[in-house]
Design a protein around this ligand. Structure first.
Ligand code: ADP
Length: 253
C-alpha cells in the first residue's frame, strides 16, 4: 500500500461510519454512530472517552476485525471497507500493526518466534525476519529474552514483545487498543515512551485509551461519547504540549 499511496492521501479516512451490534436480548447497540475522521500520515492520535463510548469498536473497524453497517474506510488512499476477510487478513499482516490490552501473544512460542511468525506470515524471508526481530528486540530493550516464553515476562515486557510483533512488517498504521490498560506505572511509562519514539520516526499511531493522562501523550485527542465524536483537539507543533506530554510520562513513574 505504501507504494500505491496517492500524493497527499490521508493515512486513515473514515466517513459516516456506522456499527450496530445486535444483542442476544433482541435489542441493538449503536456502538459507532456516523463517525467522520481523517488522520494524516505520521500523526499520533488518541481516541478517548468513557467505557462503552465505542472506542474499541472504532479501532476494530479500522483493523478490519469488525465490519461496518455503512460508511467508508480508506487507508492510504485505498477503500478497504468492502474487502473480503482474506484481503483484510493480508492487509493486516503487511500494513497494519495492532497491539491489544492483553498482549495476545502465543503462550507456547518463544519471544523470538512470536515476533518472527508475523514477518513470515507476511511473506518475508526467514533471514530478513530474523534481522528485523534482532533489531527490534535491541531497540525495545529485550535483548537476551529471545528464548523466553510470554509467561516468563513482566506485563511491560510482554507488551514490548507485542509492540515488536506489531512493528516487524513496518506497518503504515499502528493501532493500539488500551495498550497500557493492564500495566503498572513502570510498564505504562515504557510503552508510552516507545510509542512516542516510533511516532518521532514517522509512525502513524491510533491509540485507544479511557485514561486521559495516557491520551495526553498524543498530538491529537479525539473524544467519543455514545458512538459520536464530541471533541477533536490537536496539540501538534505546540511546544507547550510536547513539554506537558513529556511531563505526564515522567509523572507516571
Ligand atoms: P469502549 O471501547 O469505548 O468501551 P466499545 O466499542 O467496547 O466501547 O463498546 C461500545 C458499545 O457497544 C457498548 O455499549 C458495548 O456494550 C457494545 N458492544 C461492544 N462489542 C459488542 C459485541 N460484540 N456485541 C454486542 N455489543 C457490543
Amino acid at each position: 500500500m505504501k507504494q500505491a499511496q496517492p500524493a497527499g492521501a490521508a493515512a486513515v479516512a473514515v466517513e459516516r461510519l456506522l456499527k450496530t451490534y445486535q444483542q442476544d436480548s433482541g435489542g441493538a447497540v449503536r456502538a459507532v454512530r456516523g463517525v467522520d475522521l481523517s488522520i494524516r500520515p505520521g500523526e499520533f492520535v488518541a481516541v478517548t472517552g468513557p467505557s462503552g463510548a465505542g472506542k474499541s469498536t472504532l479501532l476494530h473497524l479500522l483493523g478490519g476485525l469488525v465490519r461496518p453497517d455503512s460508511g467508508t474506510i480508506t487507508l492510504d488512499g485505498r477503500r478497504v471497507d468492502g474487502l473480503s476477510e482474506a484481503r483484510w487478513a493480508v492487509l493486516r499482516r503487511r500494513h497494519i500493526g495492532i497491539v491489544f490490552q492483553l498482549f495476545n501473544l502465543i503462550s507456547t512460542l518463544t519471544v523470538a518466534d512470536n515476533i518472527e511468525l508475523q514477518g513470515l506470515l507476511a511473506g518475508r524471508s526467514p533471514r530478513q525476519v530474523r534481522a528485523a526481530r534482532e533489531e527490534l528486540l535491541a531497540e525495545l530493550g529485550l535483548e537476551g529474552r529471545e528464548e523466553s516464553t510470554p509467561a516468563d515476562l513482566s506485563g511491560g515486557e510482554r507488551q514490548r514483545v507485542a509492540l515488536a510483533r506489531a512493528l516487524i512488517n513496518q506497518p503504515s498504521l499502528l493501532l493500539a487498543d488500551e495498550p497500557t490498560g493492564s500495566l503498572d506505572s513502570k510498564g505504562t511509562r515504557e510503552v508510552l515512551r516507545l510509542l512516542a519514539r516510533y511516532h518521532r520516526r514517522g509512525q502513524t499511531i491510533l491509540l485507544v485509551t479511557h485514561d486521559a493522562s495516557v491520551a495526553a501523550t498524543a498530538d491529537r485527542v479525539i473524544t467519543l461519547f455514545d458512538g459520536e465524536v464530541v471533541d477533536d483537539a490537536s496539540f501538534e507543533d505546540s511546544p507547550a504540549h510536547t513539554a506537558a506530554a513529556a511531563h505526564v510520562v515522567k509523572l507516571m513513574g
